[in-house]
Design a protein around this ligand. Structure first.
Ligand SMILES: Cc1cc2nc3c(=O)[nH]c(=O)nc-3n(C[C@H](O)[C@H](O)[C@H](O)COP(=O)(O)OP(=O)(O)OC[C@H]3O[C@@H](n4cnc5c(N)ncnc54)[C@H](O)[C@@H]3O)c2cc1C
Length: 335
């Protein structure tokens, strides 16, 4: 079923709490609906959104905002080791994670309490506590926004990387994700390397997916702003990855700088760098950084996209001046 609204307020559709409107808002419940919609878009500007938890609107959107309300979790295959499930892109991400934990399907528990929907989990390759969605995605089904044809992207074709995928690179803006197929474990392989997840689980009676989920939810609730109360997209900037010699140079100048070796270089903590530049003490009337985590740029009330980008540009400049490192937004900026 296709629903169409004109002059539609987007305030409830972006966690930054930016008060803008879409000229048209169209919601669909099947891949067939998308195939019907695509030829009607013609040259009209369009944007697919999920829960709006990684978007920053700069202005009213003068085209069509498309939103998936495709639901359903279908088991495609199950054996003693794995289960393969095909999940509608419009399902709330955390409701899906909760369901997997209840079913005893293991893998996604570390990704508990991330806002947004299943479609974007593949676009963004969401990650937390040492796990990324792409680790468990088998394939992604889409409908092309160019010609309305259906496509299946294999895990390899999705080219998952840190908060990245083909849908943010060569396929950016060209597809509506309709379903994501997840391959989850039936024999547990827990990831407990981040934070004190193991200790938290042990205090709750032992390591299992339900306790990991509970620990992650509790830690996140304590550390991160609740979008219902404070507008943000949480990680405003991506953690920069620099060459090993640059990281060594910074370590000499700033011995406490957190560094994480990766296959492509050394990842630095952008939150730490922003804090060192003094941004926790430098909010203005509408924009600031979250007192518990400097990486989180927050809307203190009534901020426009422009206000937030101006503030973010000042942060970028000061990090570049102090550390000689360029940082870039993780959030999708919609002009
Ligand atoms: C409080 C808070 C905590 C967060 N914590 C984390 C975290 O721990 N880890 C993390 O990785 N992220 C985190 N995020 C960021 C955000 O939740 C994720 O990026 C999430 O995947 C965005 O989902 P969404 O449905 O809201 O997508 P949106 O923000 O609506 O869209 C994100 C991108 O995906 C595209 N898109 C969305 N749905 C579809 C679709 N069906 N088809 C095609 N393209 C689509 C959009 O065009 C856009 O480019 C957090 C955000 C907040 C506000």
């Amino acid at each position: 079923m296709i629903k169409h609204f004109s002059s539609y307020p987007l305030l409830q559709h972006n966690t930054f709490g930016i008060n803008v409107k879409a000229a048209h808002f169209v919601e669909f419940t099947s891949a067939d609906d998308v195939r019907d919609i695509v030829p009607r878009l013609g040259e009209i500007r369009h944007l697919v959104i999920g829960g709006g938890s990684n978007l920053l609107f700069m202005n009213d959107f003068d085209g069509v905002v498309l939103h998936s309300a495709i639901k359903g979790i279908e088991v495609l295959h199950e054996d003693e080791n794995y289960v393969k499930v095909r999940v509608g892109s419009g399902i709330n991400w955390d409701e899906f994670v909760a369901y997997t934990v209840e079913q005893g399907w293991q893998g996604l528990e570390n990704l508990s309490a991330i806002p947004g929907e299943v479609g974007a989990s593949a676009v963004q390759n969401v990650g937390a506590y040492g796990v990324e969605a792409g680790d468990f995605i088998e394939s992604v089904e889409t409908v092309s926004l160019i010609d309305g044809t259906a496509h299946l992207f294999t895990k390899k074709q999705c080219a998952f990387a840190y908060r990245n995928s083909i849908f943010k690179q060569s396929e950016k803006g060209k597809n509506v994700v309709t379903y994501v197929v997840y391959k989850l474990n039936r024999t547990p392989r827990y990831v407990l390397t981040y934070g004190n997840l193991r200790e938290q689980c042990e205090a709750m009676g032992g390591v299992n997916a339900a306790n990991i989920r509970a620990a992650v939810c509790a830690t996140r609730a304590n550390k991160l702003p609740d979008p219902a109360i404070i507008g943000s997209a949480v990680s405003f900037f991506m953690n920069p990855v620099v060459a090993a010699d640059k990281a060594a140079q910074l370590k000499e100048l700033y011995p406490s700088i957190p560094t994480y070796p990766t296959v492509t270089g050394v990842k630095l903590s952008v939150g730490w760098m922003i804090e060192q530049c003094g941004w926790k003490q430098r909010s203005n009337s509408t924009v600031g950084v979250y007192p518990k985590q400097a990486l989180v740029v927050v809307n203190l009330g009534g901020a426009t996209g422009e206000d937030i980008m101006q503030y973010a540009a000042m942060i970028q400049k000061s990090v570049a001046e102090k550390f000689g490192v360029s940082i870039f937004p993780e959030v999708n900026v919609i002009e």
